[in-house]
Design a protein around this ligand. Structure first.
Ligand SMILES: [Zn+2]
Length: 71
């Protein structure tokens, strides 16, 4: 039996966390903490279109220290 170090589950596929980060970025937040490791996320907003061709804003973020990415 392995004692001690338990690997923390990544938030990479956590929809609620992604939604929260995404909303914050769209509303102007740029200094967000990575939900996985706590370092600063690089955030940006990309202009795009939805499937019906309407303009939408897409939040993008990635962590500089771990594999966490929002897209
Ligand atoms: Zn991270």
């Amino acid at each position: 039996m392995v004692a001690g170090h338990k690997v923390r589950e990544s938030h990479l596929l956590d929809y609620a966390t992604a939604e929260q980060i995404s909303n914050a970025i769209i509303h102007g937040a740029r200094e967000l903490e990575c939900p996985d490791c706590g370092s600063t996320l690089r955030c940006s907003v990309q202009e795009g279109t939805d499937i019906e061709g309407r303009p939408i804003r897409l939040a993008k973020a990635f962590c500089m220290k771990c594999p966490f990415i929002l897209r």
